[in-house]
Structure formats: structure tokens, C-alpha cells
Write a protein that binds this ligand. Sequence first.
Ligand code: BTN
Length: 339
Amino acid sequence: MDNKQQILRQLREADGYLSGQHLSGRLGISRTAVWKIIGRLKKEGYPIEAVTNKGYRLLSVEGRDLFNREEIENRLQTEWAGHPLVFLTETGSTNADIFRLSDEGYPSGTLAVAAQQTAGKGRRGRTWISPPDVNVYMSILLKPPISPENAPMLTLVMALAVYQACEALYSEENVQFGIKWPNDIVVSRAGGPCRKICGILTEMRLEEKEIRDIVIGIGLNVNQDEFPEEIRETAGSLKLALGRDVGRAELTAEIWRHFEKDYEAFTEVQSLAPLKEEYERGLVNRGRRVRVLSPVDPFEGTAIGITDTGELTVRPDDGSPDREVASGEVSVRGVMGYV
Ligand code: BTN
């Protein structure tokens, strides 16, 4: 535990005020160092009251969206997912950070979480807009004992975990969550339009045809109020859907709780079979008309579900047999809009 964490713990456990002198004695650091750490904590959003001749007191943090390493670690209930946790107030891209940490020897399960990204990457070479202090940007390092051709399924495992976490935390608040195949998470308020609140980018590095490492990056729009013109119609946030601020640390911990469980079920059989039913429960495309945008063979039909390997099963309108659509090859659009 570093000095900041120790001061926070002391303040949490204290009944009233703690003097600077007391804290400096307990930690073996100067009073100026204590004062500096208190300043940092305040900047992170902790409501700390400072009174002359009395000292410092932590007021209630109830309902505050405090987002840093301690707040996440205090809530993480996992064995390996999210350990160790590297927290960055600002970074380029957490996916890039994870590859760097992997090269430095960090283990499978390492998690990089950032409060802001300056070079966030989206799928298909797009940029992931990553404004400061409102959203969650995070990436996990995995070294799964699976063959490379099964790796794309991990993206669906991650989507399922995010969906389950949102369901577990917010489903009683008049909102509905869904998975837009293969891996976007959408939300709709009181039956309104579906908005994308989460994107997932999986990247893999190979070594002699074996998996060297995989990074799964998640961008979650949590407390963002406004979106740029070009994505205003399709993007949303949890705050806009729920009508309230959402605690990012709680959500982060809940996602990894589900992911650890789902990942273990998946790697054991290297198939989505044990997760298929749950995934399809969230699949918003299910029973809806879809347009399969294949460069060679586009067609329209109704989405039925997914296969054990993650393809979307589509029943073509022309009465021909059901077709399995792979995510890398084509893009699927709803006939009536985004989903
Ligand atoms: C998408 O295009 O839908 C996927 C977006 C993935 C964004 C996340 S944010 C955390 C991680 N770091 C990145 O640079 N990208 C992913």
C-alpha cells in the first residue's frame, strides 16, 4: 500500500479529524508530504475537509464517481482478472499500454484502466473518442491456452460480460441492455431507440503460429453527456439512459467478475456452447431483420441466434437454407436502423 492509499485508509477508519502530525507520524513522512497527498486526493474528488488545529476529515463519498486504482481494487472480487491493475489518469491507448506491459513480463490478467485516452483506437482503423474523467477505457492482457482461430470468440465473451454487468447493476431502472452482434453493447430507455454505449477491440500477437498474447480493450460511455455530430444518432451513455451519474469503479469491478467466470467456461471447451444461451438472451438482433453487407454476396433475412463458434445465424428472406455469418467477413445492419 502506498502513502496515498494509507492516508485514505486512515481517514476512512477515523471517527473524526486526524491531524497532519498524527498522519505524518503514522506514515513516517513529513507534514508537507501529507499535505501534498491530501491535495492530490481532493483533486481526485475526495471530499476532505481541512480545519485549522483539528486536521483532516473525510466527508461522505456516497454517490460520488470516484475513479482511481484504490476505488477499483477495493471492489474487485476476482482471482486473476484485473491483477495487477495499472491505473492511468491519461494515456494514448490502453490496448497499446497492455502490449507494452506484456513485453515487460506482466502476467495474464493484467489490467490497464485509464480516465482519458489521447489516441483511443476503434475497430476498422477508426478513432475511439475518449474524453477525460467521464468514461471507462480499459484493456486486459490474456495468454489463453487456446488456438489462434478460436481467439475471435473472446470478443463475444467480453461483450457478454459487459452485458451481464450492466444487467446486474442497472436493469431495474427502466432501461434495457442488449448485445448487437458480435460485440457492441446497446441500451434503450423505456423502449426508445438503441444507443451504443460500449465498443470492444481485440488484438492478438502470434509467435510461431501460437498465441503470444491477446489484448481485449473496452471503451464504455458512462457519464458522457454529449456526442460529436457524426455519432449523435447512434451513440449514448449510461448516464443519458439512466438519468443519473454512474459510479465507474463499481461498474469496472462488476465487468471483471463476470468476465473471469465466462472466460473460464469458454477456455475449458474452446467454444461458446456454455455461454450461448445467455448471450442469445441479450442478442438484440435476434428475431429482427438484418441486412448482411457482404461485398460478394449481400442478402437480407432474419437473425436467429449464434453458433457455438460465434457466427450469426441468419434465415434468408428468399427461403434458402439458414446461413452462418462470420464477423470478420461482413457487417450486419438492422434493416430498420442501427440494430
Ligand atoms: C469499437 O470500435 O467499437 C471498439 C472500440 C474500443 C475502444 C477501447 S477504449 C480502451 C481500449 N483502448 C483503445 O485504444 N481502444 C480500446
